[in-house]
Design a protein around this ligand. Sequence first.
Ligand code: GTP
Ligand code: MG
Length: 136
Amino acid sequence: PQRTLVILKPDAVRRGLTGEIIGRIERKADWSLAAVELRTLDRATLEQHYAEHEGRPFYEPLVEFMASGPSVVMVVEGERVIEGVRALAGPTDPIAAAPGSVRGDFGTIVRENLIHASDSEESAEREMKIFFPSFA
Ligand code: GTP
Ligand code: MG
């Protein structure tokens, strides 16, 4: 089955939304959690994870925000999970995200958009190695 790396960002943990979001993922047919951990992400890990955005104006505040408190880091497994969790999350800008999606239901701020999900098989492999080196 396909696997994807999902992060419930510090805003989701602070706001008590992790159960709600995990519930949406778990209720999808034939999806399951292969790994779940509450973890405060350090700068070195985030620099690896967000390497593609280095130098962009939003990069520094993004890394700072992502290190600002615990996240829930997960591997989700199942039928078309890569595309599927992206769809469940909604587009990056929560105001543009449709109600019914996680970002559309709970977000307003682009940076604090609650959830990360790998955007391709290649990204999923790369990100699982960063966050769960012994697992992938
Ligand atoms: P992720 O699943 O978190 O990777 O989101 P994404 O794939 O929808 O967006 P992308 O990879 O392009 O950007 C990573 C994260 O940086 C986003 O989720 C936002 O939190 C933040 N971000 C992206 N673009 C902007 C922007 O233009 N302004 C701000 N403030 N933050 C941004
Ligand atoms: Mg992305």
